[in-house]
Design a protein around this ligand. Sequence first.
Ligand SMILES: [Zn+2]
Length: 229
Amino acid sequence: MDLRFFEDLGITAGITQVPDDADERRAEFVKEAAWGEYVVAPVQVHGVRVIPVNRSVLEEQGTLVQLPDCDGTVTDIPGVTLTSKHADCVPLFACDPVKGVIGLAHAGWRGTSDGIAAVLALTMIQIYGCEPRNIKVCVGPAIGRCCFEVSEDVVAEFIAKMPWCEDYIDEGKVPGKYMIDLKGINTELLKMFGVSDIRISPVCTVEDMNCYSYRRDGTTKRMLAYIRK
Ligand SMILES: [Zn+2]
């Protein structure tokens, strides 16, 4: 079963669920790709590099386009499937139907605190000329505020980088532990750049057994987030 986003806009986007394996699904996408179509596979490092996938990036590679040191991609080229792998980290699906631009980012706590949501929005705005008001984002299934328990050092890092994010941090059930709302912080970052058309998935990957969760199971399995126009 796949969760579908942006179907009404004619854009194919979603995230696979248990028992689908991300690597296998990606291989299927590659197999199904017609001539001139591409499947983009970032080598995720919990960083904030968002790569504009233009013709020169594609021409250097085969159908499977591997991009090292990359946690986000944006493109305006039809037939290009952007993908990323997730097990609790936040998937950010973005599209601007006016400019025909799509984007996808992987935001774990490091990427979130370093502002990958802002980099995604800025890439669409500055490189692709998107108007923030035309950008639609779906904050996909991810570990929720209910389950993302962290220790003081993680909280300190968030507060140091973005003091406003206090609103998205609660005290945990155990002293010295805190709960962080990654979906909320990513949403707030997008709003700072004028993106307001944002849908947030209520699914918590730790609680929903249809999702792979690193926090729950320590699994090496991943869900595949994908978007193409
Ligand atoms: Zn939860």
